[in-house]
Design a protein around this ligand. Structure first.
Ligand SMILES: [Zn+2]
Ligand SMILES: [Zn+2]
Length: 273
C-alpha cells in the first residue's frame, strides 16, 4: 500500500431515513457528498420497521456504495410479528445485504417495570429474523440492550453461527463479546466508545481482533466526541476511527482499512471505489 492511498471509511450502521434532511438543504445527495468529502465511502442504511423500509431501499438504490437492511427493531412496531416468507421476499433486492436490525431490548425509560413486561413477542420476532438470515444467507444486524443473556441464548439456540453478522453499537462486557466472536460475529463500535465514562466498552474495543472490528455512527443518534450534542451523520464516523486508533495504538489508516475490509468481506461486496 502506498503512503498516499486515500483513507476510505465505512459507516456500518446508520439510519439515513431518520436524518433531518432540512439540515442538508432537503437533499440526500448532500448527506452522501458530505460523507464522501470526509472519506466515508460505504454506508449501510438500517431498517427499523417495514413501513419505512421502501424509503430505506429507495435511497440505497440511488447511490452505488449505499446498501440497506430489512427488519424490525425490537423497540419498533411492538407486538407485530413478521414471517420468514415476508422478510425473505423483502430482502430479494441485491441492495439488501443484511437482516435487521433485530434483537432484544428490555430497557424501559417510560417508568414501566421491565420485570412486568412480557417480551415474548420480541424473542419470537428475533428468532424469525435469525431463521430468515440463515435461509437468505444475509448476515444479521443485532441490537441488544439490557438483554444480553437472552440475546446470546437465542443466537445459540437458532444456530446464528451459520450466518453471523454484526453486534451493533456494542456496549456489553468482554465475556459477551467473546461469545459473539466465537459465533463468528463482528463487533461494531459507535460514538459511545469515545465517551469519557465508557471505560469498560473501551476495554472491549482494545480486545476485539483486527479481523472482526467495525465502526458505525448509528446516526442520527449518538454523535461521537468532539461532535457530542450535535446531530450525528455518516460523515462523523472518522472520529470513531481516530479514537480507536489511539486506543489500539495504531494508525487511523490502519483502522480505516481493516474495518472497511471487514465490511466488504462480511457482505461479499466488491471494492469498487
Ligand atoms: Zn440499535
Ligand atoms: Zn440502529
Amino acid at each position: 500500500m502506498s503512503m498516499h492511498t486515500p483513507l476510505k471509511f465505512v459507516d456500518s450502521h446508520c439510519h439515513l431515513d431518520m436524518l433531518d434532511l432540512a439540515e442538508f438543504d432537503n437533499n440526500m445527495d448532500n448527506v452522501i457528498a458530505l460523507a464522501k468529502h470526509n472519506q466515508v465511502y460505504d454506508i449501510l442504511s438500517i431498517s427499523v420497521d417495514l413501513d419505512s423500509f421502501p424509503r430505506v431501499l429507495k435511497t440505497a438504490k440511488n447511490y452505488p456504495n449505499v446498501h440497506a437492511s430489512v427488519g424490525l427493531h425490537p423497540c419498533h412496531s411492538p407486538e407485530i410479528l413478521t414471517s420468514i416468507e415476508q422478510l425473505s421476499a423483502l430482502s430479494k433486492d441485491k441492495k439488501v445485504i443484511a437482516i435487521g436490525e433485530t434483537g432484544l431490548d428490555y430497557f424501559m425509560n417510560d417508568g414501566r417495570d421491565p420485570l412486568n413486561e412480557n417480551f415474548e413477542w420480541q424473542r419470537e420476532r428475533f428468532r424469525i429474523h435469525i431463521r430468515t438470515a440463515i435461509e437468505t444467507q444475509k448476515p444479521l444486524i443485532i441490537h441488544t440492550r439490557d438483554a444480553r443473556d437472552d440475546t446470546l441464548k437465542i443466537l445459540q439456540e437458532e444456530h446464528a453461527e451459520k450466518i453471523g453478522g454484526i453486534m451493533h453499537c456494542f456496549v456489553e462486557d468482554l465475556p459477551t463479546a467473546e461469545k459473539a466472536l466465537e459465533m463468528g460475529f463482528y463487533i461494531s463500535f459507535s460514538g459511545i466508545v469515545t465517551f469519557k465514562n465508557a471505560k469498560s466498552i473501551q476495554e472491549v474495543a482494545k480486545f476485539v481482533p483486527d479481523d472482526r472490528l467495525l465502526i458505525e455512527t448509528d446516526s442520527p443518534y449518538l454523535a461521537p466526541v468532539p461532535m457530542r450534542g450535535k446531530k450525528n451523520q455518516p460523515a462523523y464516523v472518522a472520529h470513531i476511527a481516530e479514537f480507536l486508533a489511539q486506543l489500539r495504538n495504531t494508525s487511523v489508516e490502519s483502522i480505516a482499512r481493516l474495518t472497511r475490509d471487514n465490511y466488504l468481506r462480511l457482505f461479499c461486496l466488491v471494492n469498487n471505489s
